[in-house]
Design a protein around this ligand. Structure first.
Ligand SMILES: [Zn+2]
Ligand SMILES: [Zn+2]
Length: 186
């Protein structure tokens, strides 16, 4: 499937958003306060965002949970229902833009949309295209036992099982390698 620059950015944004959820009680929330949200928005170059407030923070945390559910959806129908709800609530108005030197692409968020609605519309549509392309199963959660981070599997044969933001894949490779060596030696 063709993934445009803007879809790619929206995918990175939504994966990072879902992964700001603390992995356990001792970990800190990646969106702990308004300053953290401000930094997130800046890092991901979310355009047309004004001053952020506590209301924005709670709204973004709410849609974060709903995006997490999309990555955990068992099939395309379940994912489609979740995405439809997210995008409908955000009130989208598709329009062509070539801002900041990028080629023509479509923004889905309504002019003046809150940051939560902006993310719900644009990230929701990026995920929608995966369902349309029959690629919903590329929206995954890491299979490492103590990690449920979200990722998008862009490998050719959809074979990726672990996230790359920690050492999940590596760690399991090492464990398997050790087990094989032990077997060979025993
Ligand atoms: Zn754009
Ligand atoms: Zn992982």
């Amino acid at each position: 499937m063709l993934i445009t620059h803007d879809t790619r950015c929206a995918l990175d944004t939504v994966v990072d958003l879902v992964n700001t959820v603390p992995e356990d009680e001792s970990a800190t929330d990646g969106l702990a306060d308004v300053a953290a949200l401000q930094e997130f928005v800046g890092t991901h170059e979310v355009s047309d965002i004004g001053m952020l407030s506590e209301l924005d923070l709670s709204a973004v945390r709410r849609i974060r949970g709903r995006f997490a559910a999309v990555f955990a959806a068992p099939d395309a129908r379940a994912a489609a229902g979740l995405i439809n709800d997210l995008v409908a609530a955000a009130g989208t108005t598709p329009r062509l833009t070539d801002h900041d030197g990028y080629d023509w692409h479509i923004h889905y968020f309504a002019p003046g949309a809150s940051v939560a609605d902006h993310l719900a519309a644009d990230c929701g549509m990026a995920l929608a295209f995966f369902v349309v392309a029959g690629e919903q199963e590329r929206l995954r959660r890491c299979e490492a036992p103590d990690c449920r981070r979200a990722f998008v599997d862009l490998s050719r044969n959809r074979s990726r099982r672990y996230c790359d933001s920690r050492t999940c894949g590596n760690r399991l490779h090492v464990a398997a390698y050790r087990a094989r060596r032990k077997e060979a030696a025993g």
